[in-house]
Design a protein around this ligand. Structure first.
Ligand code: IMP
Ligand code: MG
Length: 183
């Protein structure tokens, strides 16, 4: 039988490592929000697999919604101008919002999103990112919950894409130049 998902790039974190880390983070969130309700706000599309890991293992009362933001220009020539392209349906007023991100890179998108969400009067806003590429940060954004730190690599898999491909890989990997040439 053919292998359902061939390995692409170099594997950084397997499914079981990701689940183990998600459970640790959920235990922390459960403790901090004991007796409260949280709204998990996933950023489309990259955060979907991490969102599922987090929502599966949280015990506090949870509702989910999604938001989509895009920055003008390509990811490498990002102008820093961000636009919301999908609006969540949830009323954020007096709610505990946990933004679920795939990866924080420059931090531009997140800074913009946090600013916009704060205008809606939430009780609290936290950020739970699967990956943190700290070396590329251009502002003071610091995620509250971090799955894994990553070096300045081009990451794919577990929601993250290269030209919309590889989001479906059930592991986190990165592409080097040879991989990109063969795609
Ligand atoms: P930021 O605004 O520079 O922090 O970039 C945020 C978005 O860029 C992330 O949410 C991803 O969608 C995308 N991105 C940044 N780094 C990578 C990567 O290594 N692989 C795939 N997408 C990435
Ligand atoms: Mg994203």
């Amino acid at each position: 039988m053919a292998v359902k998902k061939e390995k692409i790039g170099t594997v950084l974190h397997t499914q079981s490592e990701i689940t183990k880390r998600a459970k640790e983070i959920c235990a922390q969130i459960d403790k901090e929000f004991e007796g409260e309700e949280v709204i998990l706000l996933g950023t489309l599309k990259g955060s979907i697999m991490w969102m599922v890991e987090i929502m599966k293992h949280l015990s506090v009362d949870t509702k989910i919604d999604f938001i989509s933001a895009s920055s003008y220009g390509s990811s490498t020539t990002s102008s820093g101008v961000v636009k919301i392209t999908y609006e969540p349906q949830t009323n954020m007023y007096n709610k505990n919002i946990i933004i679920i991100e795939d990866i924080v890179d420059t931090g531009n998108t997140l800074k913009y999103l946090i600013g916009k969400l704060n205008e809606r009067g939430p009780k609290s806003i936290k950020v739970c990112t699967m990956l943190d590429k700290k070396a590329r940060r251009t502002n003071d954004i610091k995620p509250d919950y971090i799955g894994f730190d990553v070096d300045d690599l081009f990451i794919v898999g577990y929601g993250l894409d290269y030209d919309q491909k590889f989001r479906d890989l059930p592991y986190i990997s990165y592409l080097d130049e040879d991989d990109v040439e063969s795609i």
